[in-house]
Ligand binder design. Structure first.
Ligand SMILES: [Fe+2]
Length: 417
């Protein structure tokens, strides 16, 4: 990251922090009704919940702490809810992991802004004098305040990721946060139940009402860990496959990186980019069944050798279609050696029939293959490989994707031909 970008990011982080702190202080002063019991009880709950939260796909964490903050807001009002939320921003995990200080500062600031604005709106509209606090109008206000919190919290977090990683904010939001909306709706329902029972029967009901929240969080954690473990195992298999072929170490990872760069040029969203990267990492996994002597042969390949090599997209497809979250796009592996002019393998289909992901992987794969040594030839220079890509535009590769790859390479290597 360059210095200019760094200083913009730092200014933004400190602005969020000081704005959050000022807003929270003002509201605590204005409403001045802190419940010590509420702050202690809900503070302990939110502290535990936040320190057992679940990593998100790109960065950040999901936890039930919002449900606890909202319950504190309904029962005790803004001042207690703000104190409870402040406690949630102290993450022991981040401190133990020695996360940089600006992460704590930003987190603290964005949580304080989100809870302050949502609880201010809530307190103005919520009818605490109604004979039953849980009348339809009040329930509607709870949902509205929750929505304000969700929007502020997720967009503020997405904004800092967008600034630091230079990814469009809407893409960050869709990939990291949009899928959390149903979970947040569930948290609102739970917080209504928590506050209703608390008001009726007192603090001991927290033991009962917190159980579903803890189970929900645990389920999310299992789901996330399962997917992470599966991807780790897959990457181990990729390394084993690459170890068979002495010339292709690191090839799959580089193909995934080039595929991502092309995907960003064509503005795929973060979900699709992640999917494409996984597929690109696995594009040659079918080589696990290709005869070792053929893979490492230094002589000219015979037609039998070619027949052996040509089966790897089919074998790879059979493997990838068994992976739940990749099966719908597994044909990207099956067709990654097909060509626009129909002269590719294994089926010789033409450009109109080749899936988009397969076209992207094909260009990335070919460029990396050309720029690394192979048993039968030396590596081309980046400039020579770029020329080859240009020559094969519309013949081997999709024309518009070819232009995007040329843009990527021009930016990366400053190659101008
Ligand atoms: Fe391949």
């Amino acid at each position: 990251m360059n210095n200019k970008n760094n200083s913009i990011l730092n200014t933004y982080i400190f602005t969020i922090f000081f704005f959050g702190l000022s807003l929270a202080s003002y509201l605590i002063y204005r409403f001045n009704n802190i419940s010590i019991l509420g702050a202690v009880l809900f503070g302990i709950l939110i502290f535990l919940a936040d320190n057992f939260s679940v990593p998100l796909p790109k960065t950040g964490f999901v936890s039930v702490n919002f449900g606890i903050s909202l319950a504190a807001l309904i029962i005790f009002g803004p001042a207690t809810a703000i104190i409870v939320t402040l406690i949630s921003s102290i993450s022991i995990r981040d401190i133990l992991k020695k996360e940089p200080y600006y992460k704590h500062i930003f987190n603290c600031g964005q949580y304080l802004i989100s809870i302050s604005i949502s609880s201010w709106i809530f307190e103005i509209l919520f009818d605490r004098n109604a004979s039953n606090a849980f009348i339809a109008k009040n329930i509607g206000i709870i949902f509205m305040a929750a929505l304000v919190f969700f929007i502020l919290n997720t967009f503020l977090t997405a904004s800092v990721i967008s600034l630091s990683k230079k990814i469009k904010i809407i893409n960050v939001w869709i990939f990291n946060f949009a899928w959390l909306l149903p979970f947040h709706i569930f948290l609102v329902v739970m917080s209504v139940a928590i506050s209703f029972l608390y008001n009726l029967y007192g603090p001991f009901t927290l033991m009962l009402t917190m159980m579903p929240l803890i189970i929900a969080q645990y389920t999310y954690m299992l789901r996330t860990n399962e997917r992470k473990a599966l991807l780790n195992s897959i990457m181990h298999i990729v390394k084993i496959v690459e170890a068979k072929d002495i010339y292709t170490a690191g090839h799959s990872v580089r193909v995934a990186e080039y595929s991502e760069k092309i995907a960003r040029k064509v503005r795929l969203n973060e979900y699709d980019i992640e999917m494409l990267k996984n597929l690109a990492n696995l594009h040659d996994i079918g080589k696990i069944q290709v005869d070792l002597s053929v893979l490492n042969k230094t002589d000219i390949l015979t037609s039998e050798d070619w027949n052996e090599i040509k089966k790897h997209p089919i074998v790879g497809y059979e493997i990838v279609k068994e992976i739940t979250f990749l099966k719908d796009n597994a044909n990207a592996v099956l067709y990654h050696h097909e060509r626009e002019d129909g002269l590719g393998y294994p089926f010789g289909i033409d450009g109109k029939q080749i899936p988009y992901y397969a076209k992207i992987i094909s260009i990335a794969d070919s460029y990396d293959a050309m720029t690394t040594d192979r048993p039968y030839r030396k590596a081309l220079t980046p400039a020579e490989a770029l020329l080859e890509i240009k020559k094969n535009k519309g013949r081997q590769f999709d024309s518009s994707l070819c232009d995007k790859m040329i843009e990527v390479l021009n930016e990366e290597n400053q190659i101008q031909l």
